[in-house]
Design a protein around this ligand. Structure first.
Ligand SMILES: Nc1nc2c(c(=O)[nH]1)N[C@H]1C(S)=C(S)[C@@H](COP(=O)(O)O)O[C@H]1N2
Ligand SMILES: [Mo]
Length: 470
């Protein structure tokens, strides 16, 4: 927060006077709004009775502001030895093995990375996030320093299972251009930061859509910006500066990223530079530099379809939206928001040779975005017959995967093991990915729809593992 003036008695007034008047111009060519409005600071942000930030029981900041990001400035190949590098420019990698899917938390070294541009080398101490309410001037704008973000708001830790929309793209036929991701663009981390809600409340900002832009784009390229509904941002989203107890590694967004629990990874904008609250998502000439990754990418498009742009939508459950589009209940190509139900076997390894006469532990993870997992089934005959697995380990809420375990007394021979999760709305994983001609209607036919950009597949057959028992 900016310095607060004191009244004659040397006390802070209960309602702050307008403390800041700034001129604000977003990058030329985009939102050319000169915002001259004021921010009225809300004194009720924290109770003044010593129960909030000075309360010794509130978790202390876990590391100093100037703590180095783990791995420093080294390239992904060095900082993330657990990844199969898919691209070095920009850096992209998925888990090289399924081992992370036998554990609760993914260390950053094996947590996938998906970038569209080079990783920017930012400095936490000087970093400022611009916060704006559009339309211009209605409430104003300000800048928030990392120090303010860390020291003047509650600190929360949120565990989140994040999957890239493109995880599983490698299984689409015909093949799809883009990063070839199979099972490993999936990880679960403990993110530490400031709830978005606390920041919006402090500046008394309301609106329907929250757009967050990253600092990673070269000036000739569109900003990586995503719009999420304000209800979601207020519900559980975090401006995270820590990952698994340490500062964010640079590749994961240092010094600060958005974390959108339960939703596809593309919504969790890294290297947060600007936060804009508006009545619409990014659309039209005003948002020219901001709309590419919101409107043209991360849409479930049928073969050859180009994305139509929308100002506002109401359906954020990606699976529901695909069904609704298939049934002509909505007119727009679905956006990638809430994740769909899915599971991934962690062990045995694909291609393993197992010993006859032993009990084999089939272990994996299952998650369903904003829904919870109801049960997980395992098949050792490529989905002909199924048995219930046990849910094991902690239940950390719906944004976090559940581990499952199934004890299998295997007969000699070759086996194809697959897993299938069911969410609390009784939705489950389809068998395979359909052909492009089937369109989005494939979603009702035990298949996942092939789509132009290869997003969101949760089909179980391609995710299975082949083992032989001797
Ligand atoms: N600024 C910015 N944020 C971004 C991206 C990006 O390219 N630029 N990639 C997004 C995508 S597509 C995914 S899946 C997640 C991946 O987060 P991770 O690299 O920490 O795993 O970051 C998202 N946030
Ligand atoms: Mo992604």
């Amino acid at each position: 927060m900016p310095e607060h003036p004191e009244n004659e008695n040397g006390e802070q007034p209960t309602s702050w006077p307008r403390v800041q008047r700034r001129q604000f111009v977003l990058t030329a060519g985009a939102i050319v709004g000169v915002l001259t409005g004021c921010i009225e600071e809300n004194a009720s942000k924290e109770p003044d009775d010593g129960t909030s930030k000075s309360d010794p029981e509130e978790p202390a900041e876990p590391f100093p502001l100037d703590a180095e990001p783990p791995g420093g400035d080294a390239p992904l190949e060095e900082t993330h030895p657990g990844l199969r590098i898919v691209s070095t420019d920009p850096p992209v990698g998925e888990a090289a093995t399924r081992e992370p899917y036998t554990r609760d938390i993914t260390p950053f070294e094996t947590h996938f990375v998906v970038n569209h541009y080079e990783t920017p080398l930012l400095d936490a101490e000087g970093w400022m996030i611009d916060l704006v309410r559009l339309p211009d001037g209605s409430t104003g704008s300000t800048s928030i320093s990392m120090r303010e973000l860390r020291e003047e708001y509650p600190t929360e830790t949120i565990t989140h299972t994040m999957q890239c929309s493109g995880n599983g793209r490698a299984y689409f036929e015909p093949e799809i251009e883009g990063y070839s991701l199979s099972f490993g663009a999936l990880g679960t981390a403990e993110w530490i930061g400031t709830p978005v809600r606390a920041v919006l409340d402090a500046y008394d900002i309301e609106g329907d859509w929250l757009t967050v832009a990253g600092a990673d784009n070269p000036s000739s390229e569109p900003k990586f910006a995503r719009s999420i509904p304000v209800w979601k941002a207020r519900d559980d989203c975090l401006l995270a500066y820590g990952m698994n107890g340490n500062p964010l590694p640079r590749a994961h967004g240092y010094p600060v990223r958005l974390v959108v629990p339960g939703w596809f990874g593309n919504n969790s904008v890294k290297w947060v530079d600007e936060i804009v609250v508006a009545d619409t998502m990014t659309i039209g000439d005003d948002w020219a530099e901001y709309l590419e990754w919101q409107q043209n990418w991360y849409r479930v498009l049928t073969e050859g379809e180009t994305a139509d742009h929308h100002a506002d939508i109401e359906l954020f459950d990606t699976w529901e939206a695909i069904k609704a589009r298939a049934d002509s209940e909505i007119e727009y190509a679905p956006y990638m928001y809430d994740q769909v139900v899915k599971s991934t076997i962690g062990t045995p390894k694909d291609g393993a040779t197992l010993t006859d006469g032993t009990t084999i532990e089939v272990v994996g993870v299952a998650w369903a975005g904003d829904e919870a997992i109801d049960r997980v089934e395992v098949s050792t005959d490529s989905g002909k017959t199924w048995a219930n697995a046990d849910l094991v380990g902690p239940d950390r809420g719906s944004a976090v995967w559940r581990r499952f375990q199934y004890r299998w007394n295997a007969d000699p021979g070759d086996h194809h093991l697959v897993s299938r999760a069911v969410d609390t709305r009784d939705r489950t994983q389809p068998r395979s990915i359909a052909a492009p001609e089937a369109g989005l209607a494939a979603i009702g036919e035990d298949t996942y729809p092939w789509n132009e950009r290869g997003y969101g597949s949760n089909a179980f057959l391609p995710l299975g593992v082949h083992v032989s028992v001797e």
